[in-house]
Ligand binder design. Structure first.
Ligand SMILES: NC(=O)c1ccc[n+]([C@@H]2O[C@H](COP(=O)([O-])OP(=O)(O)OC[C@H]3O[C@@H](n4cnc5c(N)ncnc54)[C@H](OP(=O)(O)O)[C@@H]3O)[C@@H](O)[C@H]2O)c1
Length: 264
């Protein structure tokens, strides 16, 4: 089992990222935690430090490419990262009876869920390849396996990071890196609480962090959970598409539109 010592986690101020920070926090571990909310970041930093970790926090917007590059490069130069988890993300969906999402909401979502992942990973590829060592984890979603009619842009953003993770894996593993894609089902977090739907096999953020940490320690290419929902989503991919479309429209799902905007 690999025990990473210098870990970057984006979106560490809440939900899965917060739980991951606490799961890794231990003496001899340096955690570099990125988020925007100063108070929540400070709270998680104090909790992780109480468990013995050395913690630094960055109040950085993952959409800000220059700020991300500068912060990550400085932290990596101080103590090289051996694990980076691109976790920060938001959700958004279609309002009742709406045919399309607000284009501004869509741009904000892609800026976070897609470009935020690129802004996290890109600064580390050269240094990690130079060292021939390192692990990159990208948090995807079951929604990335099959487009959901309630949240088109979210599904698209996750499908994009799935493809990105797979492509990186094929390219970078020959250079000594490990690339892991996390395909998560429902995890009880503030993001998930905002969604009004039946959430089969929902797990806690602590359980999700336990599963992700165990999968990363084994160097798994894909860490997908829960297994039953993962299998059902694969089935949805191979069944006739219009049959699955009709099935989905029977579900009552309300995903509120994000209030995030690119220039907010
Ligand atoms: N919960 C689920 O059911 C579920 C299922 C599948 C996949 N996921 C994925 O898991 C990841 C974490 O989600 P979560 O459920 O833990 O949500 P969450 O509790 O809402 O946490 C999201 C985190 O992302 C950060 N974040 C959002 N926009 C950011 C930005 N522009 N710059 C920096 N940080 C930003 C937030 O930080 P601030 O609040 O400080 O801005 C927060 O720490 C997301 O990628 C999500 O798509 C979640």
């Amino acid at each position: 089992m690999r025990q990473p010592r210098a870990i970057l986690i984006t979106g560490a101020s809440s939900g899965i990222g917060r739980a991951l920070a606490l799961a890794y926090a231990a003496p001899g571990v340096r955690l570099s935690l990125i988020g925007r909310n100063e108070a929540r970041l400070a709270e998680i930093a104090a909790a992780a430090a109480a468990q013995g970790a050395l913690v630094s926090t960055g109040q950085v917007d993952v959409r800000d490419r220059d700020a991300m590059r500068a912060w990550i490069a400085a932290a990596d130069a101080a103590l090289p990262f051996d694990l980076a988890i691109a976790n920060a993300g938001i959700t958004s969906g279609l309002a009742d009876a709406a045919l399309t999402e607000d284009p501004e909401a869509v741009r904000a979502l892609l800026a976070t869920n897609l470009f935020g992942v690129l802004n996290t990973v890109e600064p580390l590829i050269q240094p990690m390849c130079g060292r021939g060592l390192g692990q990159i984890a990208i948090i995807g979603s079951l929604a990335g396996l099959r487009g959901l009619p309630f949240s088109p842009a979210y599904s698209a953003s996750k499908a994009a990071v799935h493809a990105y993770a797979e492509s990186l894996r094929g390219r970078l593993e020959r250079r000594g890196l490990i690339v892991s894609l996390v395909v998560a089902g429902f995890v009880k977090t503030p993001l998930n609480d905002s969604i009004d739907a039946v959430k089969p096999f929902e797990v806690s953020d602590v359980e999700a962090a336990r599963i992700i940490k165990a999968g990363l320690a084994r160097g798994r290419a894909v860490i997908a959970f829960p297994a039953a929902l993962y299998a059902a989503t694969w089935l949805a991919r191979i069944l006739p598409p219009r049959f699955v479309d009709r099935l989905f429209t029977r579900f009552l799902v309300n995903v509120p539109e994000t209030k995030e905007r690119v220039n907010a």
